[in-house]
Design a protein around this ligand. Structure first.
Ligand SMILES: Nc1nc2c(ncn2[C@@H]2O[C@H](COP(=O)(O)OP(=O)(O)OP(=O)(O)O)[C@@H](O)[C@H]2O)c(=O)[nH]1
Ligand SMILES: [Mg+2]
Ligand SMILES: [Zn+2]
Length: 303
């Protein structure tokens, strides 16, 4: 009998599927997925059936809207990038890479500046608000901003990302207790080992919302975040969009070209200078990729 459900936990090989009937099934993916180059991920809606004994096999992936490979999650509605001006101070390039990666993959980004009890985050928040993003200022110590952030988390899959120690797990525990995330449990389970990076768990609030906590990283690479096409990166910076048609050259890279409308906006103060510097850094890294490398990366993305 064919069944339908959502993958709510994945270790790469074994997956837990929450079926439409509310029951959970441990499933394996059929080998054909690896051959197809599209492997089922946490967040995917799938069909599955009972095989021999108690084993269940995932048969097909249903309409996948988008996916990330770091963390490996499909059908993401929102990527919440958690930042902090208190130690460990968030690296702006990492922040902009994550936001661009969300945009590139059709995922709505949001910025949360946490630890505002220790160091104010207003200046950082202002940059991202002006760029057009949803920004929240929070403290899990004083509770400031928590309610507003809580209200913003709705249906769909919300992924928390950000460098290690910014307070992702604390924020989830405090703001979204209905998702039953426990800081200790998460760090214990996910840890940092080499074979645990593929472990992803969706926590559900029973109202159609899911959140995914991610272990922090120390470094974010645009290529690892699947930003493969240099021509698409400028439009992943929301505040650049109004200027992209105004450059002298149709193929303007907006890095150091003459008569570039984006650079002019930076000089006039309409675009934040650091955001542009980070764009250039991401663009140049991606521009170094050769076509064959991109093909190889796409082929290896089966996870
Ligand atoms: N001052 C202050 N400290 C905080 C705040 N939120 C979290 N912390 C502290 O920051 C440290 C790291 O918090 P976590 O929630 O584990 O951070 P994380 O982002 O989940 O870290 P990783 O799981 O390693 O990526 C803990 O000691 C928290 O108590 C905050 O709003 N203010
Ligand atoms: Mg954590
Ligand atoms: Zn330009």
């Amino acid at each position: 009998m064919m069944n339908r459900g959502r993958i709510v936990r994945s270790t790469g090989d074994r997956m837990t599927v929450m079926a439409d009937d509310g029951k959970q099934y441990i499933c394996r993916a059929r080998g054909k997925f690896r051959l197809d180059g599209r492997f089922p991920l946490a967040g995917d809606l799938v069909t599955f059936r009972r095989a021999e004994g108690d084993e269940h096999l995932i048969e097909s992936i249903l309409d996948r809207k988008n996916y990330l490979i770091r963390p490996p999650v499909a059908n993401v509605s929102r990527l919440c990038v958690i930042a902090s001006m208190a130690p460990p101070v968030t690296d702006r390039l990492a922040l902009d890479t994550l936001i661009a990666a969300a945009e590139y993959n059709g995922i709505t980004p949001a910025v949360v500046v946490n630890k505002i009890d220790a160091v104010p985050g207003e200046a950082l928040a202002a940059v991202y608000r002006r760029a057009g993003y949803d920004v929240f200022l929070t403290s899990t110590k004083t509770g400031e901003g928590i309610e507003e952030f809580r209200k913003s988390v709705g249906e769909g899959i919300t992924v928390f990302a950000g460098s290690s120690g910014v307070g992702k797990s604390s924020l989830l525990n405090l703001a979204l207790p209905e998702f039953h995330v426990k800081t200790s449990r998460i760090s214990e389970r996910i840890g940092r080992g080499r074979h645990t990076t593929r472990h992803v768990e969706l926590f559900s609030d029973k109202k159609g919302g899911y959140v995914v906590d991610t272990p922090g990283f120390s470094h974010v690479d645009p290529v690892q975040m699947m930003l493969y096409d240099k021509k698409r990166i400028a439009s992943c910076f929301a505040e650049f969009r109004p200027y992209l048609q105004g450059c002298r050259y149709d193929d303007c890279a907006h890095t150091r070209e003459e008569d570039c409308a984006v650079i002019r906006a930076v000089e006039e103060g309409a675009i934040d200078r650091v955001r542009h510097e980070n764009y250039v850094s991401i663009y140049e890294k991606v521009a170094k990729l050769k076509d064959w490398q991109i093909r190889e990366l796409l082929a290896s993305e089966t996870i």
